[in-house]
Design a protein around this ligand. Structure first.
Ligand code: NAD
Ligand code: UDP
Length: 338
């Protein structure tokens, strides 16, 4: 493994993974259409690594652009992040999500097959589990996503399972991420949500920065430790390391397709997250309790034994680092990359 194509490599998780890959000596080519990212992330990556990754601005829906890319470069593997990820938007505009996430992935896999590049790490999501019967969640739990975004992830997983059946030479790792938070410790790269954030952490930091007035805590009557929703938050640097581990393990992977939970195995409630942020930053977060957000589940955290055993990977960073790095990124870049 030497040369890797990273789709969506300008995005939040992609940019951190590209940095980890470059630091590990990989030659990286990024393909991104910048629909949810900025080319300004590229010099930031160069600042951190000393190397600016090659970037091709293209849409995965453009099959001929992908063929050109695979004709010019001989990739050993692909890490596939490119996709749309807003649950609410996927409910409003499902066709956009099926087209971008499923049809875009089909184009990519067809180009990989045509150019005999059969090593893939795919960004899946814990949303494929839907509302689990119990926690912690294991990889063999029932898959039952509750929204179009989650269904695009499950569909792609199923397409990949069929590809692996058809040609057992494929080596595919499905990484089911739990809740990515935090940023690179340099404060140079991080998440840049468009408009008002949907996710808890960027919402908290924007309240702390004064961009937003107060946080709504969506429900305090869940059957959890303090009544608020519980999630498995994972530092994006640990997530980037998981991609590196999965990529390096692909040649030894026993089955052509394998799913891995990528979380910490620990669940924190919304109130615990607010408290941890206030303690770390010294900034008070005003909040009110509101109704539950439709479609939310009470509790979700991972059993990560398989990733530990088979990938030799586990999360190392705790809540304090997640808060510190997220806050540093927000404080240094109040306008994102602008
Ligand atoms: P992001 O939006 O920051 O990054 C995705 C990148 O893909 C962006 O740079 C975007 O411009 C690009 N892109 C989207 N559609 C494209 C297309 N058709 N052609 C080319 N480029 C395209 O998102 P992220 O948080 O970094 O997520 C990366 C992946 O991980 C996504 O597939 C997402 O569904 C998945 N995931 C994210 C989370 C999360 O909470 N962030 C959780 C689980 C899974
Ligand atoms: N949450 C909240 N207020 C917000 C955003 C999120 O109370 O403004 C809660 C949400 O109900 C959930 C947790 O924070 O219990 C994590 O939400 P997020 O959207 O970040 O992740 P997901 O729900 O997709 O796991």
């Amino acid at each position: 493994m030497r040369k890797v194509l990273v789709t969506g490599g300008a995005g939040y998780i992609g940019s951190h993974t590209v940095v980890a890959l470059i630091e590990r000596g990989f030659e990286v080519v990024v393909v991104d259409n910048f629909c949810n990212s900025s080319p300004l992330v590229l010099p930031r990556m160069a600042e951190i690594t000393g190397v600016e990754p090659q970037v091709v601005e293209a849409d995965l829906l453009d099959r001929s652009a992908l063929d050109d890319l695979f004709s010019v470069h001989q990739f050993d593997a692909v890490v596939h992040f490119a996709g749309l990820k807003a649950v609410g938007e996927s409910v409003q505009n499902p066709l956009l999500y099926y087209k971008n996430n499923v049809a875009g992935s089909l184009n990519l896999f067809a180009a990989m097959q045509a150019h005999i590049c059969l090593n893939l790490v795919f960004s899946s999501s814990a949303t494929v589990y839907g509302d689990p019967d119990s926690v912690p969640i294991k990889e063999d739990f029932r898959l039952s996503p509750t929204n179009p975004y989650g269904r695009t992830k499950l569909m792609v997983e199923e397409i990949l399972a069929d590809l692996g059946n058809a040609n057992p030479q494929w080596r595919i790792a499905l990484l089911r991420y739990f809740n990515p938070v935090g940023a690179h410790p340099s404060g140079s790269i991080g998440e840049m949500p468009n408009g008002t954030p949907n996710n808890l952490m960027p919402y908290i930091t924007q309240v702390a920065a004064g961009t937003l007035q107060q946080l709504s805590v969506f429900g305090d009557d869940y059957p959890t430790k303090d009544g608020t929703g519980v999630r498995d938050y994972i530092h994006v640097m640990d997530l980037a390391a998981a991609h590196l581990a999965a990529l390096l393990k692909l040649p030894q992977q026993e089955t052509s397709v394998r799913a891995y939970n990528i979380g910490t195995g620990v669940g924190y409630s919304v109130l615990q997250m607010i408290d941890a942020f206030e303690t770390e930053s010294g900034v008070n977060i005003p909040y009110t309790i509101t109704n539950r957000r439709p479609g939310d589940i009470a509790e979700c955290y991972a059993d990560c034994e398989r990733s530990k055993r088979e990938l030799g990977w586990r999360a190392h960073r705790d809540l304090v680092e997640m808060m510190r790095d997220q806050w540093r990124w927000q404080s240094l870049n109040p306008q994102g990359y602008r």
